[in-house]
Design a protein around this ligand. Structure first.
Ligand SMILES: [Zn+2]
Length: 415
């Protein structure tokens, strides 16, 4: 289990984000609207590529949709009546009102509805890591965890009632595999149920059925979980995967939700084997949540020492003296060809010891001295302090590339 003690305060992602040059904000852009610097963007790209690839393998198809929609769209989805406190005010445009979207679901529902669907197409898995907006109060904004512009790793599975449990189970499996690759652990799994008050759509039978489905998925997964009232989405219950930040605060990173409400609001249908129209169910799921919160959590969990596949710089090339600069540059070019992110730390930056310390968060350091240079070798140092025997540069890069490509969290294969 994660506790606050595992995430010391000095792992605060806002401070580390600044120090490591990952992201920042500017009062002229506004509170809660962070920008991503090249090193932060490299981490984010790696994360997004991992997710896209995992989704492709799991049978998801990717789409793009705009971050704006007409107010009417959110009146239909139910966001306008249940969620408008969290939405940006509408913009007047040519006699219409358009809104920054508070979620991707309505767009995806319309894309599903864009043509007749057959039962043979189900489960239809539609994925998009896309922008959405939340009108957070400026007092609660900070770093990447509370933002007004959110990029959510989202997907909607349109399926039959019989397919819901398998789809939810598969999504949970994707989440668990992702956490392993990311080197993070869930603090707990939560079954989020509605609470008292008018925040939720009223339809007791649908809530009962969707809650029963998610309970079945959790019970058969063997995971321990807790039920929590008042944490559901307005349209349905959800399984939330909770993480804990450096200050000990818990938040939801990943989620799997069952929704009978929006398919009805959007009048979604598929033609069944019987030739008649039927209502699909929507499973909403996010593997890593928003990229903002995911990266904030990764920064805090790893203190900036990311798994190699996520690291902004994966390999630091350290020529001992000027004489080895050409050899170092050759290795650097080879890294670029391999697709590894490498950086040269030449002797003008100080002693070898100082350069090794400066690159302490970089998973691999390739030291090239006179002897290595003469023989085409590199002496690898791993971030955890291990020093490997000199080996041919090409071998070193191939071994690193294999670990990175497999999204492994170990720095070296010792077999
Ligand atoms: Zn959704």
């Amino acid at each position: 289990m994660n506790t606050a003690a595992d995430h010391p305060q000095d792992h605060d992602h806002r401070r580390l984000g600044r120090e490591l040059g990952l992201f920042g904000t500017d009062p002229l852009i506004g509170a809660g609207l962070p920008y991503w610097l090249p090193d932060g963007a490299a981490v984010r790209h790696a994360l997004e590529e991992y997710v896209r690839d995992a989704e492709r393998r799991a049978g998801y198809r990717h789409v793009y949709s705009p971050v704006l929609g007409k107010r009417e769209l959110y009146e239909i989805s139910g966001h306008w009546s249940h969620y408008s406190d969290d939405m940006f005010p509408p913009m007047e445009l040519g006699g219409e009102q358009v809104v920054l979207r508070p979620s991707l679901c309505p767009h995806h529902a319309l894309m599903y509805r864009s043509r007749t669907r057959s039962y043979r197409e189900l489960p239809l898995r539609m994925a998009e890591t896309g922008g959405m907006y939340r009108a957070e109060l400026s007092g609660v904004l900070g770093g990447l965890t509370r933002v007004r512009a959110i990029h959510l790793n989202d997907a909607h599975v349109f399926c039959t009632l019989d397919q819901v449990a398998d789809e939810a189970r598969a999504a949970l499996g994707m989440i668990r595999r992702a956490y392993e690759a990311l080197g993070i652990r869930p603090a707990r799994f939560r079954l989020s149920l509605p609470g008292p008050g008018g925040k939720y759509v009223a339809d007791p039978e649908k809530w009962r059925r969707s809650t029963a489905l998610l309970t079945e998925v959790l019970d058969s997964s063997g995971l321990s979980y807790e039920a929590a009232e008042g944490e559901a989405a307005f349209y349905g219950p959800k399984i939330d995967v909770q993480v804990v930040d450096a200050a000990g605060r818990e938040s939801t990173l990943s989620t799997v939700q069952v929704d009978f409400h929006q398919p009805e609001r959007f009048d979604l249908r598929y033609i069944g084997a019987d030739g008649a129209g039927h209502r699909p169910v929507m499973v909403h799921r996010s593997i890593i949540g928003s990229v903002e919160r995911a990266v904030a959590h990764l920064v805090e969990e790893h203190g900036g020492a990311f798994p190699a596949w996520l690291a902004p710089v994966q390999l630091a090339v350290l020529p001992v003296s000027e004489t080895q600069l050409p050899g170092a540059e050759r290795l650097l070019r080879r890294c670029a060809d391999t697709g590894l992110r490498a950086e040269l730390a030449g002797p003008e930056l100080g002693s070898l010891g100082a350069r090794v310390r400066a690159a302490r968060l970089v998973p691999y350091q390739a030291v090239i001295g006179a002897q290595e240079d003469a023989e085409g070798l590199v002496a690898l140092r791993l971030r955890d302090g291990r020093r490997l025997d000199p080996m041919p540069g090409a071998d070193a890069l191939a071994r690193i590339d294999a670990l990175v490509g497999a999204h492994r969290t170990e720095l070296w294969d010792t077999e």
